[in-house]
Design a protein around this ligand. Structure first.
Ligand SMILES: [Zn+2]
Ligand SMILES: [Zn+2]
Length: 328
């Protein structure tokens, strides 16, 4: 245990040195270059807009069911040149790479440096080894992840499970830099803040999980609330008063699940379309983006327009059923 701790500190130290060298290189300005004042002023205005421009990129809108067009739950909040992930369901790094190719370079794998976890259910975490390892192999220097109790433990075990890979890649001919993945078990409240974003975690009720979080992101341009997995939550109502974007899970009451008492399970763990409509009426988000859509009825997948009809019975604001790689 103690030995592992020291090893972790050593990794951090090596990575910090390398990061410093990299930052120093980036900061250097080529000599002998000048621009007209007007051009540099408009460039400065553009870059200040770019610095704070916020978009929500849906990387995975699925559930445990492995629909090929719905990757495991993962959402990116992109502010200026920086990306912040919420959850890392299976497929997260490849969906992020797809988003980068489609015009959001902030989601190139080496930029996946900060992530927040809603809860430890496997559909939200099965991409964790991928998030830790793949961007590192591609050259990312460090990763910080924030989430409920149990995240640090999971991180330790992932690193341990892949320790032979990590050893070969760092001490063998690949000569990768040290792997730095820092996990932070956090409590509700402001869990992260930098010059672009403030991130607030709040508790949501998700069945027997002792701790599951939703998050609110405040950026210069937008306020975004993401539910994670939850039954109807007063905390979500309280944190979206108002918010520009509410990203919320849902199930259709017509869908079925292969477990003995799925109706009780659902009531305690998730939010139905009519319950979501009520939440939307109480929060009035600029746009409601529905994700983690559980919907397999007796005749196959429940179509999006049925979900929209169910929500639209009592909610008449702007609502969309989110799909992977859409941007809001
Ligand atoms: Zn889930
Ligand atoms: Zn869950």
């Amino acid at each position: 245990m103690q030995k592992e701790r020291y090893r972790g500190i050593a990794w951090t130290a090596i990575a910090a040195l390398m990061l410093f060298g990299w930052a120093a290189t980036l900061g250097s300005v080529p000599a002998g270059r000048s621009e007209s004042p007007a051009r540099s002023q408009s460039k400065a205005q553009n870059s200040s807009v770019e610095k704070t421009q916020t978009k929500v990129v849906l990387l995975g809108t699925g559930t445990p069911r492995p629909y090929p067009d719905r990757s495991g739950p993962a959402t990116a909040i992109v502010v200026g040149e920086r990306a912040y992930l919420v959850d890392f369901g299976p497929g997260v790094v490849r969906r992020a790479a797809a988003a980068a190719e489609k015009g959001t370079p902030q989601l190139e794998s080496t930029n996946l440096k900060i992530a927040f976890l809603t809860h430890l259910h496997s559909d939200h975490t099965a991409g964790y080894p991928d998030l830790i390892l793949t961007p590192w192999v591609m050259g990312r220097t460090e990763l910080d992840v924030y989430g409920p109790e149990g995240l640090e433990e999971m991180t330790k075990h992932v690193l341990e499970a892949w320790r032979r890979d990590i050893a070969i890649r760092t001490t063998g001919l690949e000569q990768r830099h040290a792997l730095v993945a820092r996990a932070h078990d956090v409590k509700p409240g402001v869990v992260y803040q930098d010059e672009r974003v403030k991130v607030t975690a709040f508790r949501v009720p998700h069945g027997q999980w002792p701790e599951a979080f939703g998050y609110r992101f405040d950026t210069p341009g937008k306020s975004i609330v993401i539910s994670g997995d939850t039954s109807p939550s007063e905390e979500i109502v309280a944190h979206c008063q108002p918010c520009d974007v509410l990203i919320h899970e849902v199930y259709s009451p017509e869908s079925v699940l292969g477990m003995p008492d799925y109706k009780t399970y659902r009531r305690k763990y998730h939010t139905s379309t009519s319950e979501l409509a009520e939440i939307a009426n109480r929060t009035k988000p600029g746009i409601l983006v529905v994700y983690h859509t559980a919907g397999r009825g007796p005749h196959g997948r429940i179509p999006d327009d049925q979900l929209l009809r169910e929500i639209g019975k009592t909610y008449h604001g702007k609502v969309v059923i989110g799909h992977d790689l859409e941007i809001y």
